[in-house]
Design a protein around this ligand. Structure first.
Ligand SMILES: [Zn+2]
Ligand SMILES: [Zn+2]
Length: 414
């Protein structure tokens, strides 16, 4: 959490606001009206001596005075309007209410969440550099911009083939190196080894989580050295980098205007990616607690679903609807199996309320498309028996992943 420096009334009010919001269980990116913000920090609870000072403190809290950046307004000019108001001795102290009370605002997420959550990737297991060969037929003759374009538009829909694979664990952050620069990044979901070489060249492929693929202004060797002092230079050597320096890397990536390939994670894209994921490893699922993986561009934060994890849950369910095994949909043209979809029993949007990752097999249910639509759209009398049944089936497994929740709470999420 960011420390607040200022200690005048407006800063104290903002601290009180954060405290009250945390008590309620906050959601990052929740939109409030200015009146709603004020109602969370009423005058009588504020310790401020008189009502006029309280109103002035609110005006100043909403402003950009003294570089305050507590809020992000839907109407971008409001920060300046409040700054002018705060600096104007003849100001209308109640304008926040009378003129702007219905304006919409978000709390700057940097004050709400752990700082690490606002780095591009919230949990990084290890970091590797992957040198991309200009002699690889996929990239020959291409500029850095061309290759970055490939990362943005092609890689989210396909695998990254290799001739010589690294020995890496899932969850590793890959930094892609091309023409002596680091130009892209992504988190490894799974490494696949082919039984027979592809095109006579490729021995296997990396499968990256599509929503973690990002490009940024190219990083050169001396910038890498600024982070890892012992960095030997961008060569063909496949470096293993000290993960403890990740915070510095994360900050550099943000400064380099990191852009994720997929801005809107559409449900259809995701289900399609899950359907297309073929699992290479023999399936063994251990229910263990994991750190949640989020991505961020420094302002807004989003939780990541891994196609591989969802597909594992589906394979474990043997492509059946876990609410009622007799439900058949149709044969998928991709898998040749009964088409089902992956659903997070505790919806991922509530990840902020849990310490441990909700993107684990124990929380993912295989559902026929009709039951899946029902859990998202059906009325309470249809919905509740489905959720109760699924919850009963999963409660123990969720507990193994250190996710404790009761049925009332789950139902409140729907
Ligand atoms: Zn769903
Ligand atoms: Zn069903």
């Amino acid at each position: 959490m960011l420390e607040l420096k200022g200690n005048v009334n407006s800063d104290k009010l903002f601290k009180l606001l954060l405290k009250n919001i945390r008590k309620q269980g906050h959601e990052v990116n929740k939109v409030y009206s200015l009146k709603e913000i004020a109602s969370l920090i009423p005058y009588k609870t504020s310790d401020i001596k008189n009502y006029a000072s309280y109103n002035y403190a609110l005006t100043s809290m909403f402003s950009n005075q003294k570089d305050r950046d507590y809020f992000i307004f839907s109407n971008k000019s409001l920060g300046d309007i409040f700054t002018e108001l705060a600096n104007d001795t003849k100001r209308n102290n109640r304008a926040w209410n009378t003129h702007y009370g219905h304006e919409k605002v978000k709390i700057n997420p940097k004050y709400l969440v752990n700082r690490k959550l606002l780095l591009p990737y919230s949990s990084v297991e290890s970091i590797r550099i992957l040198p991309m060969s200009e002699t690889d037929s996929e990239f020959t003759g291409h500029s850095i911009e061309d290759v970055q374009d490939w990362f943005m538009h092609k890689l989210p829909n396909r695998d990254f083939n290799f001739t010589r694979g690294l020995d890496v664990q899932n969850g590793t952050l890959f930094l892609f190196q091309y023409k002596a620069h680091v130009i892209a990044s992504a988190i490894l979901d799974q490494k696949v080894v082919f039984h027979k070489k592809l095109d006579d060249v490729y021995r296997g492929a990396y499968r990256f989580i599509p929503t973690t693929i990002a490009v940024f202004n190219p990083i050169n060797s001396s910038e890498m050295k600024g982070i890892w002092n012992d960095f030997a230079g961008l060569s063909r050597v496949q470096h293993n980098l000290d993960v403890d320096k990740y915070i510095l890397l994360g900050e550099l990536l943000l400064k380099k205007k990191l852009k994720f390939a997929l801005n809107e994670e559409s449900e259809e894209f995701y289900q399609d990616a899950v359907d297309r994921t073929n699992l290479d490893t023999s399936l063994e699922v251990n229910d263990v607690p994991l750190d949640p993986l989020g991505i961020s561009n420094g302002l807004s934060q989003r939780w990541i679903r891994s196609n591989v994890t969802s597909k594992k849950a589906i394979v474990l369910a043997d492509y059946k609807c876990e609410y009622d095994e007799s439900h058949r949909s149709f044969t998928s043209r991709v898998t040749g199996k009964n088409y089902v979809e992956a659903h997070h029993l505790i919806p991922l949007e509530y990840q902020g309320q849990f310490k441990r990752s909700l993107d684990v097999e124990a929380n993912i249910i295989s559902l026929c498309p009709l039951c899946h639509k029902a859990v998202h759209h059906a009325s309470a009398e249809v919905l509740e028996p489905i959720i109760k049944e699924l919850y009963t089936k999963r409660r123990d497994r969720l507990q193994k992943c250190e996710i404790a929740i009761d049925i009332k709470k789950i139902l409140s999420y729907y």
